[in-house]
Write a protein that binds this ligand. Sequence first.
Ligand SMILES: *Cc1c(COP(=O)(O)O)cnc(C)c1O
Length: 450
Amino acid sequence: MTNNQLIARRDLAVLWHPCTQMKDHEQLPLIPIKSGQGVWLEDFDGKRYLDAISSWWVNLFGHCNPIINQAVKAQLDTLEHVILGGFTHESALELAEKLVEITPPNLDKVFYADNGSSAIEVALKMSFHYWRNLGQTRKTQFVTLENSYHGETLGALAVGNVALYKETYGPLLMDVITVPSPDCYHREAGESWRDYSLRRFADMENTLAKHADEVCAVIVEPLVQCAGSMRMYDPVYLKLLREACDKYGVHLIADEIAVGFGRTGTLFACEQAGISPDFLCLSKGLTGGYLPLSAVLTSNKVYEAFYDDYQNLTAFLHSHSYTGNALACRAALATIGIFQSQDVLGRNRHLAQIMAKAAERFKEHPHVAEVRQTGMIMAIEMVKDKLTREAYPWQQRRGLKVYQYALSQGVLLRPLGNVIYFMPPYVINEQEIERMADVAWQGIQRATQD
Ligand SMILES: *Cc1c(COP(=O)(O)O)cnc(C)c1O
């Protein structure tokens, strides 16, 4: 047995992996990773893999980044963690100051949690509780977009809309109001993203006009519905949504857990629409992919609705044990430091162009319906019929074939169903982009042969 096989065998005896039918591992080898460096991961047999998906979209500046490593090591010898109720510490405080500084206007207060789903739970509860503190007890509902994803705890799952994750748990979930998505894959031939997104807004406007009295907030993933097959839409939708939320007295929750920190071309996706949400949820790239941490930013106005004498029982009594963990906050500060000391967004614009060029040839592929891109996210929609856009039956698991082929060639792609995408760390270089695209091309060739 190889080293990989020995470790995989021990692992499968005790470990239950996320988002996995464990029986798949009877055929599909589990890959034990020994070390990481930049965009590369190395297994226990010495084979290397290009991490084209940033380890589930969290990594920004490569594995074992020297700057972040150094910051975490220094923090480790000073303070690893302390309760944040009644206490504070420098890294939590500095990070809050930084987040207020770099995020859109009117986001003045930072509430920490320790993963993306928890941040969503916080934003939902805060929005509901805000209206309740104001005496608006009829507001108990949330509006969400079709094909959206906000995490997997019960509240986050309820406001999401990807059937694969949600359907089974339907009986446990709160009811939400679901509005058609501006997802531009469905636009008419010749119609622009902008026109389609504009047209799609009518449903949202009607829903808000009808239900505003019962609605706490609208929750969206700005610009890219990532887990929903990397479907994309135009910033104009967010601009109109901001206006409508103000008009109808409803909060706007922007879930930038996946798209924040430069993924879409701007530091935050909301910037492209020139808007500020009432709640901004951040996680994933927040720590550069190092440690679990999330943050919900909101306005002084929201904060003040909770600020009162204790006896009035208006406080937000939500907490997580590892809230504001010092090591995680320090990793986040080092990550933001890289954005502030280097022209990351400028470099990303260049990398995005190279990705666009590398993906150009996929447009002509007989089994590719669309190649779409927003900044550092590139997606290739593999279909059975290019003309009608008929999808391959999911049971055929053709994306899995691409995954397996890519692994054999030393590239970690992890297609979402039949959608192959690139979402690499920002330290990837031109040759690595070429390599990633070549392997994806070959993988798609193989997966669409019959
Ligand atoms: C990943 C993700 C979440 C959930 O974050 P976890 O840390 O996995 O709980 C929520 N929203 C979006 C948009 C995400 O991509």
